[in-house]
Write a protein of this length. Sequence first.
Length: 319
Amino acid sequence: MELNRNADTLTADPRFSFELFRKEHVSTGKVKGCALAALILSAALPALALDGNVNIHDPSTIMECDGKYYTYGTSGTALVSDDGWTWRTGTRASRTGAAPDVIKLGDKYFQYISHGTMIWSKSLDPESPDYGWQDGGSDLFGMESEDDFMNPIDPGLLLDPNNGKVWLVYGSYFGYLRIVELDPKTGLRVDDKYFDVAVNCEAATIIYKDGYYYLLATHGSCCNGANSSYNIRVGRSEKISGPYIDNMGIDMMEGGGKLMCGSRTRLIGPGHFGLIDEGDGVQKFSLHWEADLDRNGNFGTLDILPLLWKDGWPVAGEH
């Protein structure tokens, strides 16, 4: 899955020297006037992450289908890209809601939506004869009893590389984060067992690496533009059921969570981690920023960052 910007794009380089540039180019007459100003400006400014229409809140994990890339967000927002770099408005799914996630199992794409709804299609491309969202069921995950401390939103999915099992994690600040098992053939819940694994976070997903399950969840407040405090936290466990412990030894059921990605100078409130594994050790992740101040502070902006690893923990890279 190649999601790279063109190699000839100018980006900021700490080795850039205006004096050296002047000697090598201006003094030789290679660059003059406005061209010089443009090159200096290009070298000094950071590259933007993505292009096109990237307005989305709570993006699902990016899926590749027939050479195109797809993501779905809250309230039915859908985006599609031919190259993973420039995005445009896509086709809404047949059922919509808050914070969906998508996973491919066999020849089907399963989309799970907050409050336990599931739909599936054999293609994500509306022009394909295999396209067409089918209802897969409702109330597949949610509250286990009337007084259950649970808000059944923000599903996240993992196909376990160890045993082929499928796990769904869901929940928000108003309750626990909870994990249940799904049938990889039908996408339905296997049984009534569940594991509560975290508090004080939402918009979670799970990834696996080198003997550990990593629970990545969003902490802080959302939905208030530049005043949002979203950030992505992580804990890890040798078992899918937990406990998920952070780098300080604190259980995420007790409010733990190592900071994995926080706000940056003009990018505010990262949330909704989605793994992009390109193979050969190359990993990236999708997310949204609550506010991108270089894009007029839009409410939810899609981005893709490198996923790095240090001392057994995931780290957010730079553009």
